[in-house]
Design a protein around this ligand. Structure first.
Ligand code: ZN
Length: 165
């Protein structure tokens, strides 16, 4: 995985299952593992581990198999990740991010920006002009702000993202 892929992967999972969930996923090995073992490995409560696993299951990112212990009769749940579905989920997440960046790029290119010299906020020309180029937050002055760097950053992020598809 490239760094960008890794970042999307982490951000996506973080949104889906949270910090603890991310740690749980990172501890699921290539083969099957029980929820109890995952709780041991991560030090995260069994309840949280189970909640995370079912959430992954609902999103088709994990599957489980039940096994009955012949002596005790207890059921054990053996869990596994679904790597192909992870790939698909990441692909659509990448496309979603690209669409957002594309909108942002358009906005940056279509507007002229003014920013408060005290650093409060940035405004598009119409907003700045309506405020008579005075910052509504601190009464400081609003000055023209070059956004070539912002555009460049967005374009670079888009290239990196496209490389993940
Ligand atoms: Zn200000």
């Amino acid at each position: 995985m490239t760094t960008v892929e890794e970042l999307i992967h982490r951000a996506y999972l973080n949104k889906l299952v949270g910090e603890d969930g991310l740690r749980i996923v990172e501890n699921i090995p290539g083969e099957e593992i029980t929820d109890e073992r995952l709780a041991e490995l991560t030090g995260i409560s069994l309840n949280t581990v189970r909640r995370t696993l079912y959430l992954l299951y609902e999103h088709r990112l994990a599957v489980y198999r039940r096994k009955r212990d012949p002596d005790s009769g207890w059921l054990t749940y053996l869990w596994q990740l679904c790597p192909e579905n992870f790939d698909k989920a990441l692909q659509s997440e990448t496309k979603r991010l690209l669409r957002k960046l594309d909108e942002r790029l358009y906005y940056e290119k279509e507007n002229i920006f003014y920013a408060c010299t005290e650093g409060c906020a940035r405004f598009v020309f119409d907003e700045a002009s309506e405020a008579n180029f005075v910052c509504p937050f601190c009464q400081g002055s609003l000055e023209y702000m070059e956004n070539a760097k912002v555009v460049e950053t967005i374009e670079r992020q888009m290239i990196d993202l496209k490389a993940c598809l």
